[in-house]
Ligand binder design. Structure first.
Ligand SMILES: Nc1ncnc2c1ncn2[C@@H]1O[C@H](COP(=O)(O)OP(=O)(O)O)[C@@H](O)[C@H]1O
Ligand SMILES: N[C@@H](CCOP(=O)(O)O)C(=O)O
Length: 323
């Protein structure tokens, strides 16, 4: 479908929240190697009428019918408030969300909508109204919107989705997120089984406190992983890809996860984990051939419904992009 005139379309990619070792603080943007757009697209167009939102795409029917309950509409309200606070005129816009991402999938679906919407609005104002917010301001807005939808502030989907690559959240409001060097030759097989697990519900199964042993293991694994990324020591990095915070408590929500995990590790996968809050499983390999074999196996052994899919991905270095 050609985009209308005076419009901007933006694509925002899927992401792996947590990457097993960094609960709420580590995230990786991914893109299928076959060119499939795994993510959401938001188009912003000028309109003479009232502002409005149209939702199309494969997973449009999984979203609330009311535009007021769609996070993209909330993004528009937040963006307009920020415009007013900056003494900028607010234009009426027609928003179209192409909802390509399954909801409650662990692929950062809500983050894709949030990032695509805010980046598209910002690009639209830059192009047609000669005004834009800086990247940090937009990133903060994406965090606010993700918190509204999932019940807690975590940037591990929105930051990689917006900025690209592997992102580590830092406890400094002026920085928020830092890119980590990754391994160029790695493939990430993403297997979405086709069932829904809400992020809110998957957060509620987690304990509110952890043992000293878990605390030490968590700190050691994350620190070792970050150090190994900087030294480009792939074997060391993936040897510590063990989740002591979420996986032990969430895997019960994911049929066949443990069997798939054990099989793939036995077959030589560098790492296997729950993407975000699940149910998507991610599996890492530095061989394209093995990644494709793992994908075929997951297709036959991990999917639960016809909505499920498997993609062989690489890291998406660019994150959000104008189409
Ligand atoms: N544009 C949107 N994209 C995704 N979810 C949305 C959107 N607008 C509203 N929602 C609601 O937000 C919730 C997102 O659920 P969540 O489990 O956080 O999804 P995900 O983990 O895939 O991001 C769902 O209840 C969904 O109906
Ligand atoms: N750190 C969050 C990540 C949620 O990711 P999503 O893709 O499931 O929204 C968590 O683990 O709760």
């Amino acid at each position: 479908m050609p985009a209308p005139s005076n419009s901007v379309s933006v694509f925002a990619p899927a992401s792996i929240g947590n990457v097993s070792v960094g609960f709420d603080v580590l995230g990786l943007a991914v893109k299928p190697i076959d060119g499939t757009l795994l993510g959401d697209v938001v188009t912003v167009s000028a309109t003479d009428g009232e502002s409005n939102l149209t939702v199309v795409g494969q997973f449009a029917n999984k979203l609330p019918a009311n535009k007021e309950d769609n996070i993209v509409w909330s993004c528009l309200q937040l963006f307009n408030q920020a415009l007013q606070a900056s003494n900028q005129a607010v234009a009426n816009v027609a928003l179209t969300l192409d909802k390509k991402m399954p909801v409650g999938s662990g692929l950062g679906s809500s983050a894709c909508s949030v990032v695509a919407a805010l980046a598209a609005l910002n690009d639209f104002y830059a192009k047609y109204h000669d005004f834009s917010f800086d990247k940090k301001t937009i990133l903060k807005m994406t965090g606010e919107m993700e918190a509204q939808i999932s019940g807690s502030l975590h940037y591990d989907n929105v930051a990689p989705c917006y900025l690209g690559g592997l992102q580590l959240m830092v406890p400094d409001e002026d920085i928020i997120s830092r890119a980590l060097p990754l391994f160029d030759d790695c493939y990430y097989v993403m297997a979405y089984p086709g069932i829904e697990v809400s992020t809110k519900a998957a957060r509620e199964v987690l304990p509110t406190s952890y043992s000293r042993a878990d605390l030490i293991a968590y700190g050691q694994n994350l620190a070792t992983f970050v150090d190994a990324c900087h030294r480009q020591d792939k074997a060391q990095a993936f040897s510590v890809l063990h989740d002591v915070v979420a996986e032990p408590y969430r895997k019960g929500l994911l049929p066949k996860f443990q069997q798939a995990h054990d099989y793939l590790i036995a077959q030589g996968a560098l790492g296997v984990g729950i993407s975000g809050s699940g149910p998507t499983l991610f599996c890492i390999s530095d061989s394209e051939q093995h990644a494709k074999q793992f994908a075929l196996w997951l297709q036959d052994n991990y999917l639960q419904t016809e909505q499920g899919f498997v993609h062989v991905c690489k890291a998406s270095d660019d994150g959000v992009a104008q189409l």
